[in-house]
Design a protein around this ligand. Structure first.
Ligand SMILES: C[S@@+](CC[C@H](N)C(=O)[O-])C[C@H]1O[C@@H](n2cnc3c(N)ncnc32)[C@H](O)[C@@H]1O
Length: 271
């Protein structure tokens, strides 16, 4: 598999297997979706980015979407669903959940930099949440995602905000000191072991994933080059802002800058 020869993908694969072993956030289905179609859509897409997009009968690709509910909900909503991920454990989690929920979907293992297993225009929706950060070559992934999208299809992605990602764990006591200039294309350096530690409730695991804060111009222009025009772009921190965050904490930073971005695009019809 191409990913084995890709040192970034190979490293992040090892890290995701480590995260999945302990059941870290993003590696197990959280909560329980409502039974109604509207409730399921809200559960999966709380900000309504796919409002008006038909899912019943649609061909949906959950790109790097292992470990959670999303692909299973697409299948419950009547979509012919494929989930693609590099981690065998993340894919197994989805397969086990699909079996329990009595839906069928297809799982494919691979590196999102190479979607050659899929023909051009083979999906109506590409759902790509919280994973572009784990690849060095964002244009290549975005060109691939656009290639497999059918004309008129919808691409929806979320990832870390490129400014905020450069600032986590860099509080000096009076302000933040970015790990990298905004214009740098390097992966985020880790400032200490805590910076490389993932936490979820009482769970803690050191997993220094390689992460990139891809800039807006990279994302928007890469999509445009591949005939996907952006029709929505959002910056947000999830949940309610902590009214008294510990100075310098992630919660504090997330009140000052958005944690995440979301970008939606539509593939233009053929010329
Ligand atoms: C934060 S999780 C996102 C999981 C899911 N999309 C969600 O929101 O619950 C990131 C996922 O990206 C996958 N991943 C990381 N690098 C990848 C790559 N190069 N190709 C495919 N999947 C990758 C990981 O295995 C992991 O399942």
């Amino acid at each position: 598999m191409a990913s084995i020869k890709d040192p970034v993908a190979a490293h992040n694969l090892r890290m995701w297997e480590r995260l999945a072993r302990v059941g870290m956030m993003y590696t197990r289905p959280r909560g329980r979706p409502p039974r109604t179609r509207a409730g399921m859509r809200r559960f999966m897409d709380p900000r309504g980015r796919l409002k008006g997009v038909r899912l019943d009968g649609a061909r949906v690709l959950g790109l790097a979407a292992g470990g959670g509910w999303d692909p299973v909900i697409f299948a419950k909503l009547g979509a012919a669903t494929t989930v693609f991920d590099i981690s065998p454990t993340q894919l197994k989690t989805v397969r086990d959940l699909a079996r329990r929920e009595r839906v069928t979907l297809r799982t494919v293992r691979g590196n999102m930099k190479d979607l050659s297993v899929f023909a051009d225009g083979s999906f109506d929706v590409v759902w790509h949440c919280h994973s572009l950060v784990f690849v060095d070559d964002a244009p290549r992934v975005l060109h691939e995602a656009a290639r497999v999208l059918a004309p008129g299809g919808t691409y929806l992605m979320s990832t870390m905000h490129p400014t905020t990602l450069r600032l986590y764990n860099t509080f000096t006591g009076t302000g933040w000191s970015p790990k990298l200039p905004y214009f740098s294309d390097q992966p985020m350096p880790y400032v200490n072991e805590w910076d490389a530690t993932w936490t979820y409730g009482r769970l803690e695991v050191v997993a220094p994933t390689l992460e990139w804060g891809h800039r807006f111009e990279t994302i928007v222009n890469s999509l445009a080059e591949a005939r996907v025009v952006v029709d929505g772009l959002w910056e947000f921190s999830p949940g309610r802002p902590d009214p008294r965050p510990e100075p310098g904490s992630e919660a504090h930073l997330d009140t000052l800058f958005p944690a995440f971005i979301e970008v939606r695009g539509r593939k233009l019809p053929l010329p």
